[in-house]
Ligand binder design. Structure first.
Ligand code: AMP
Length: 428
């Protein structure tokens, strides 16, 4: 047993997995650029109050899962690692006076999030998300744009059969009325409620609908539906969002019990699931409209919508269906030498080619030429560059390992020669 291990709930991403995550990060960035969502970087930690106020103190994320940093005695403020990006993005929006920018502003954030969760499959204490936010547009068009963007991500990432679930959770006009009906309903069934749910009934009754307790399934199914309690403005908005999704050809299912765990959401709420896995804890991603958040964090009332897609779960899904998570590109060339000891000559040639932007490996262990060539094949290099006596005349042997041919090339021509070959082949 090693003395030190990665902290519980975290994992080292070994090169293959890291390459898979990088592919998803690049895809996220390229989609963000394609859709006009500009990349933003915010700190990995914020004042705890940003999350307490922005997410809600009665949510699991703040109450149980917030990674609080131990304060140093001289610090008056308390800090926490970000459990999600939205609160920080909105804090930045207010701080930098972005309400004076042309609205809406559209952002994309890719990076790690932290939740002090009970670790299990697909649930980590450090995990990666792609987050987009469109601030300053009341919708409904932008709601559909965001939902379609998330779906496009899964399509291009190669996750098969992703389902879109949508709901409207009302606004400050109709939700309180609905919450009263919900409290009244669950109050009548108090005796049947498990302890955790009883507490939710007091502090955050909407979350009862989100209960993962099997004992709650029948009660939840028969509970009053928010879609039947929407005020006219919310009902019209929801209808228009669905009309936009229809126009885009995005298939979705209206799921009246979909409520999202965070307090600041209003109207549109949505989640992405793999078919057959709906209703379990394992949403691939989700989002919604949060028209009240900017104001909560000290700005003017500003409508906004966004999503957070969990990248770890996409990697797990790809593994599960046996899809290739990432392909590492083999090098274009591998430098070997007839004199095992002359590592300097090999390294010099490799450095020269690398400076020209070519992907080149080099054997720096003083092995016999035959063993060096074996390394070149093992790494699937297209070419081996063999350094021998010809070097005194400024030449090297260029061996095409795929075609099995070999010819003498002047060192001065080598980079150009290889670059030409690289263009007609697919090398990194
Ligand atoms: P949430 O804000 O909780 O809806 O999270 C959005 C997405 O982030 C989820 O759908 C998951 O894909 C991912 N996610 C949330 N928490 C975790 C976690 N502890 N570990 C891995 N992924 C997570």
């Amino acid at each position: 047993m090693p003395s030190f291990r990665a902290p519980r709930g975290t994992r080292d991403l070994l090169p293959e997995t890291r390459a898979g995550l990088s592919r998803l990060e690049s895809l996220a960035r390229s989609l963000a650029a394609r859709y006009g969502y500009r990349e933003l970087e915010i700190p990995l930690f914020e004042q705890t109050a940003v999350f307490e106020r922005g997410i809600g103190e009665a949510t699991d994320v703040v109450e149980k899962e917030l990674f609080r940093l131990a304060p140093r005695s001289e610090e008056a403020e308390s800090w926490a690692l970000r459990p999600e990006a939205t609160a920080g993005v909105v804090r930045a929006y207010v701080q930098h006076g972005m309400q004076t920018w042309p609205q809406p502003v559209k952002f994309s954030v890719v990076g790690p999030m932290f939740r002090y969760d009970r670790p299990q499959a697909g649930r980590y204490r450090q995990f990666w998300q792609w987050d987009v936010e469109a601030i300053g547009d009341p919708g409904p068009g932008v709601d559909a744009e965001v939902i379609e963007l998330g779906r496009r991500f899964y399509v291009e990432a190669g996750v098969p059969g992703v389902q879109v679930l949508v709901n409207s959770i009302g606004d400050s006009v109709c939700r309180p009325v609905y919450l009263d009906r919900l409290k009244e309903y669950f109050g009548r069934h108090e005796a049947a409620l498990p302890e955790l749910e009883l507490r939710r009934l007091q502090v955050n009754p909407l979350r009862l609908l989100d209960s993962k307790d099997p004992a709650m399934a029948a009660l939840v199914a028969a509970a009053p539906r928010i879609t039947e309690s929407l005020c006219e403005a919310c009902a019209t908005h929801f209808e228009a969002v669905r009309a936009h999704l229809d126009a885009l050809g995005v298939a979705y299912r209206v799921e009246p019990t979909l409520v999202r765990g965070l307090d600041y959401y209003s109207r549109t709420a949505f989640e992405y699931y793999r078919s057959g896995a709906e209703g379990q804890q394992q949403a691939l991603g989700g989002g919604g409209r949060y028209d009240g958040l900017v104001e909560l964090l000290g700005g003017r009332h500003t409508p906004a919508i966004g999503f957070a897609l969990g990248l770890d779960r996409v990697l797990l899904a790809l593994e599960e269906v046996g899809a290739e998570v990432a392909r590492e590109t083999p090098p274009l060339a591998f430098v070997v030498g007839a004199d095992p000891a002359d590592t300097a000559a090999r390294l010099r040639v490799a450095a020269m080619l690398r400076a020209e932007g070519l992907s080149v490996r080099v054997e720096l262990v003083p092995r016999k030429l035959g063993r060096q060539l074996e390394s070149a094949s093992r790494e699937h290099a297209h070419f081996a560059i063999i350094i021998g006596d010809e070097l005194t005349d400024g030449n090297v042997q260029l061996k095409d390992l795929e075609a099995g041919t070999q010819r003498l090339v002047p060192l001065t021509e080598l980079a150009k020669d290889l670059a030409r070959a690289a263009k007609s082949h697919h090398h990194g």
